[in-house]
Design a protein around this ligand. Structure first.
Ligand code: PLP
Length: 224
């Protein structure tokens, strides 16, 4: 199947309220253009410099989403154009994003990454520690960021009931946090679900799925 056919197939299965992020990490510009020409406008990358290079070469009506772990010293390379940063896992990182957004006179949308997996390798804020960050004075001072949702990654396992449990934890964390409202905080988005589990994620309340290999094919990491 071509990239266009894959995209059309996936889109036909998504409810209208679910946004599709096409995860194009490691893929060449020609693949992204094929998806673009099939109508896709939201792309996700997990390395800042790779995303910036692709941004330079591709049409400017693309929404670029940073879905990977973000190092503070690299925020500056995406601050002028990034549309949504999914993996925000600390107040310090929010402060750096705010600082770089201010330089470009922008407000950068962020998702808080919540640790839902039992694996140690997954990043994220513990569900119980989020409201403390949101209600801190330091957070209120950040005028150039807006927290618009949460993001999570389930454990990499074939055990569907465990994955389901973790997705439901993200949904209930979202529901608890959604009642807070601030100028720089208004939760709307639940980013969860990848190629292998996005249908389950949608059943559990996801409204943004991040799909890579089911659109572009398996990744080849030899050159990256
Ligand atoms: C790579 C990646 C995806 C997409 O994974 P696929 O299994 O290829 O769909 C989604 N989310 C994050 C954070 C990723 O790093």
């Amino acid at each position: 199947m071509t990239i266009k056919e894959n995209l059309q197939h996936i889109k036909s299965t998504l409810p209208e309220h679910v946004k599709l992020v096409a995860v194009s990490k490691t893929k060449p510009i020609s693949d992204l253009l094929e998806a673009y020409n099939a109508g896709q406008r939201i792309f996700g990358e997990n390395k800042i410099q790779e995303m910036a290079a692709k941004y330079e070469e591709l049409p400017k009506d693309i929404e670029w989403h940073m879905i990977g772990h973000v190092q503070r010293n690299k925020v500056k390379f995406m601050a002028s154009f990034v549309h949504l940063i999914h993996g925000v896992d600390s107040l310090k990182l929010l402060q750096e994003i705010n600082k770089q957004a201010l330089k470009h006179d922008r407000i950068i949308n962020c998702l808080l990454q919540i640790k839902i997996a039992s694996e140690d390798s997954k990043f994220g804020i513990h569900p119980n520690n989020v409201s403390e960050i949101i209600q801190s004075e330091e957070f209120s001072e950040l005028k150039n960021i807006k927290v618009v949702g949460v993001m999570g990654m389930a454990t990499f396992t074939n055990n569907n009931s465990q994955v389901e449990k973790e997705f439901k934890l993200l949904k209930s964390t979202f529901d608890d946090l959604e009642i807070l409202k601030k100028e720089n905080y208004d939760l709307k988005t639940i980013s969860m679900g990848m190629s292998g589990d996005y249908q389950l994620a949608i059943k559990c309340g996801s409204n943004m799925v991040r799909v890579g290999s089911s659109i572009f094919g398996a990744r080849n990491y030899i050159n990256s």
